[in-house]
Design a protein around this ligand. Structure first.
Ligand code: NAD
Length: 260
């Protein structure tokens, strides 16, 4: 499939995990890419992997903090200056934060997680949707989480921010559908990325792999998801094939969030 021939896709958190997987998939299908991350080395790693599978890909790398509104405006401007438009936006960068009971969670930690996961997504929407409205087309995928549609525990900041991402998705989808722009969210369960590895190490730094095996037992499919499985979903949702999917939240979790 070449669903992204002549299309420009902007991805935040592109230096690792789900952002990298989505970048690889849309690059294989012909996309020009604007890749944003705080981690410059991660971006270089993603670029090298893309060039292995799509040697002709045009790639712009932008080191930026999505929690900084000015930096967000800047990455959107640079993308438009370089490629002239934005067809797809994967608004994905995020962190988990330290796990703790609500009373011990810490106000600074709460603010940090919310500023990246929620403010960062809001700023991205604010500047990208203005561009897409003027174009009269575009597709946005925000990364929420099962922690944005269910209670997980020990994750005040994450839960608040990811439920907020679901709210932003529904709100902006209702607003921008009339301009030919669709906005959706994905709600991944546990997908084996560096973030989840870090999360398991918070539980037991020595035996985190064993913790992981126990962790997936309640999942109907008894395994972690793979980043490329999320990449396939995001590519579909960003493509023209998914234009009429709007303001929707799509779980990708082996069915776990539907289990009683
Ligand atoms: P990851 O840690 O592998 O990748 C996240 C990337 O975001 C990293 O490259 C990191 O440098 C970047 N980033 C972090 N803070 C940033 C900031 N302030 N500005 C710019 N870039 C920043 O994690 P992942 O698993 O790929 O997570 C991607 C998204 O998916 C996150 O929003 C996460 O909450 C969400 N998610 C992941 C899972 C999972 O199981 N992996 C499940 C549900 C939701």
């Amino acid at each position: 499939m070449n669903r992204f021939e002549e299309k420009v896709v902007l991805i935040t958190g592109a230096g690792s995990g789900l952002g990298q997987a989505a970048a690889l998939q849309v690059a294989k299908e012909g996309a020009k890419l604007s890749l944003v991350d705080l981690n410059e080395k991660g971006l270089e790693d993603t670029k090298a992997k893309i060039l292995e599978v799509a040697p002709k890909a045009e790639i712009l790398l932008i080191t930026a903090n999505v929690a900084d509104e000015q930096a967000v405006q800047n990455y959107v401007n640079k993308t438009v200056e370089t490629f002239g438009k934005i067809d797809g936006f994967f608004n994905n960068a995020g962190i988990e934060g330290k796990q703790n009971l609500t009373e011990d969670f810490g106000s600074d930690e709460f603010e940090k997680v919310v500023s990246i996961n929620l403010n960062g997504v809001f700023y991205g929407l604010k500047y990208v949707l203005k561009v897409m409205k003027e174009q009269g087309y575009g597709s946005v995928v925000n990364t929420a989480s099962v922690g944005g549609i269910r209670g997980v525990g020990n994750q005040s900041g994450y839960a608040a921010s990811k439920h907020g991402v679901v709210g932003l998705t529904r709100n902006s989808g209702i607003e921008y559908g009339q301009f030919g722009v669709s906005i959706k969210a994905i709600a991944p369960g546990a997908i084996m990325t560096p973030m989840v590895e870090g999360s398991l190490k918070q539980i037991d730094p020595e035996n985190w792999e064993e913790v992981g095996k126990q962790f997936v037992q309640p999942n109907p499919m008894k395994r972690f998801g793979k980043p490329e499985e999320v990449g396939y979903l995001v590519a579909f949702l960003l493509s023209d094939q998914a234009n009429f999917i709007n303001a929707a939240v799509i779980p990708i979790d082996g069915g776990q969030s539907y289990k009683y």
